[in-house]
Design a protein around this ligand. Structure first.
Ligand code: SAM
Length: 470
């Protein structure tokens, strides 16, 4: 099912090369599991600091600005800045932005002050900050997520942070500690596309009851996290020292700019030829709904139901709920006086023969009732249109000789693999990039159990595309 390594969809053969240095650990958050600072919050969609370092060392030295338009928890801009690049990260999801900002704030936190604020929380009972004024600000979809004792303890902790942790940067780190244990102390589990609910929450709709083996106590979990953070702050004064011990901050860190918003709105505002390197990983075309899996965290950060609905639609289309952004993008580019640019991008996506063929196949499968959701064809189509618009902007922003490096996964629906890496590389080349290489992980990813049952096991390629502006 996977296309052979050099299969080309429309033009000359594309260079897909297995790269023995790449493995699943490196290309995911797993390699950062025990790393000081980077392990504080588990963002399953992140890639590792080591991957960023590997790529930057290969495609450095710093020259021009580095941009990550899908920055997540800020791995790329943080590592790049530590290596001396001036780095900009754009991220839409408030969870990613908050974690990235906290990681940056950690550079300037006084461990003694951190310890001072921790002490009262180590006493039993907790300081008397409990009141009903700081209850958990639930979303409709998070009601019932915590056992009553956890709900109460979180409210108390939030009140403590608000009243007894005066420094705003330090207060953010205290909130980060809570944010990072919410899943562990709840009746939920992040399960790929959805948030899975324990039967004790009384919210389970599935036929098969699910019971989490362990629901942790909030107080113990948050204290353990705070102690771990303090330990990192005391033993590793600067994350860049930990990341690059051989350098010992000999190189001056570059500027670090984190912008919250949609890259579809923000990229057109960047001046042409203002970026030297792009290193990014967009959402994959895999139906993962970040606004649902991170619902507890979004609620904690104060997002309302309306905010979450708007976020879901503003995200790059990768769920069956996303509606097309074509009209909005058309209006937006017309107002910028760049309607022709938008039409060019649209043509590059719409005219791609392999993509068209895949979409026709998916629509036929949907009509025959063989897709488990009838909106999958719409999602795939919108995904490619929107990424194409991003690629068009990246081509405009990069200086000659600059590269865009993109980590992505191929996907499979109704037994057919969609070679996201090859299709996007093809589209990139029609938008002015040269495809330098597509580095594939030697081992791909198994398909979902549902797909496996019906279509057998065939690995999906995970790869890193390197596109260069001539
Ligand atoms: C695969 S993750 C990137 C993770 C990142 N490499 C890291 O190490 O944390 C993709 C990110 O794109 C973000 N995203 C989705 N749509 C976006 C948009 N329109 N603009 C900016 N970011 C977006 C998601 O919230 C998610 O954090």
């Amino acid at each position: 099912l996977s296309p052979p390594a050099t299969e080309c969809l429309t033009g000359p053969p594309l260079p897909v090369r297995p790269d023995p240095r790449l493995d699943r650990r490196l290309v995911s958050f797993q390699a950062d599991r025990d790393r000081p600072f980077f392990s504080w919050f588990k963002y399953k969609e992140a890639f590792s600091a080591d991957l960023v370092r590997l790529l930057l060392e290969e495609y450095g030295p710093p020259g021009g600005r580095l941009l990550d338009p899908f920055a997540g928890v800020g791995t790329t801009p943080l590592v790049a800045s530590a290596l001396g690049w001036d780095a900009v990260g754009i991220e839409l999801l408030p969870v990613g932005c908050f974690v990235a900002t906290c990681r940056r704030a950690a550079l300037h936190i006084d461990p003694a002050e951190f310890r001072r604020c921790l002490r009262p929380l180590e006493n039993d009972p907790w300081p008397d900050t409990i009141d009903q004024a700081a209850p958990y600000p639930h979303l409709t979809i998070t009601q019932g997520a915590f056992p009553p004792a956890a709900e109460q303890a979180i409210a108390s902790y939030r009140a403590y942070c608000a009243r007894r942790v005066p420094d705003p940067g330090l207060r953010d780190l205290y909130h980060l500690a809570a944010l990072s244990v919410l899943e562990d102390v709840s009746y939920t589990r992040k399960d790929g596309q959805y948030l899975r609910w324990d039967e004790r929450s009384r919210r389970t709709k599935g036929r098969r009851a699910f019971r989490k083996p362990r629901v942790e106590d909030f107080r113990s979990a948050v204290l353990a996290k705070l102690r771990r953070m303090l330990d990192d702050l005391e033993s590793t004064p600067f994350p860049e020292n930990e990341l690059f011990p051989q350098r010992k901050t000999s190189s001056r860190p570059g500027a670090l700019d984190l912008i919250q918003g949609s890259c579809l709105d923000l990229l057109p505002q960047f001046p042409a030829r203002s970026v030297g390197l792009v290193l990014t990983s967009p959402p994959y075309c895999n139906r993962y709904d970040y606004t649902r899996t991170y619902a507890l965290e979004l609620a904690y950060l104060g997002c309302s139901d309306t905010d979450v609905k708007q976020l879901r639609q503003a995200m790059l289309s990768c769920t069956v709920e996303n509606r097309a952004k074509r009209d909005a993008l058309n209006g937006f580019y017309s107002r910028l006086g760049r309607a022709a640019d938008y039409r060019r991008a649209l043509r590059a996506a719409d005219a791609h023969s392999a993509l068209r063929e895949s979409l026709a196949f998916l629509r036929a499968e949907a009509s025959a009732g063989r897709l488990n959701n009838p909106h999958i064809p719409r999602m795939v189509e919108n995904y490619f249109v929107e990424i194409t618009v991003v690629l068009m902007e990246l081509a405009r922003l990069l200086t000659p000789g600059g590269r865009a490096i993109m980590v992505n996964d191929n996907v499979r629906y109704a037994g057919r693999e969609i070679a996201v890496d090859l299709i996007l590389s093809d589209i990139a080349s029609t938008l002015g990039f040269e495809v330098e290489t597509i580095s594939a992980l030697p081992r791909g990813k198994g398909n979902s159990s549902q797909q496996m049952g019906r279509h057998g096991r065939a690995e999906l390629r995970k790869s890193i595309c390197i596109w260069r502006r001539p």
